[in-house]
Design a protein around this ligand. Sequence first.
Ligand SMILES: [Zn+2]
Length: 78
Amino acid sequence: MDCPFCKCDPYEYVDVGVGFVPVAVTCCDLGIDLIQYGGKKARQTLANMRSYSPRKKARAMKVLREYGIKPERRTRWQ
Ligand SMILES: [Zn+2]
């Protein structure tokens, strides 16, 4: 699963000998909040992003900008 906010693979992987396992979420603050902690603000922002309401979408984009995430950029870094 990719982070819905920054579109990156959110996990940091550690080699445990038999393979790599995800140990922590490291991609972006909102992703950490959503995936690691199930934070209310992150869940609300995700719901707004997926809403059909332009006002809710705009509110979600504002939060993303506050966190320094550019959701329109979909290219992967790795
Ligand atoms: Zn992220």
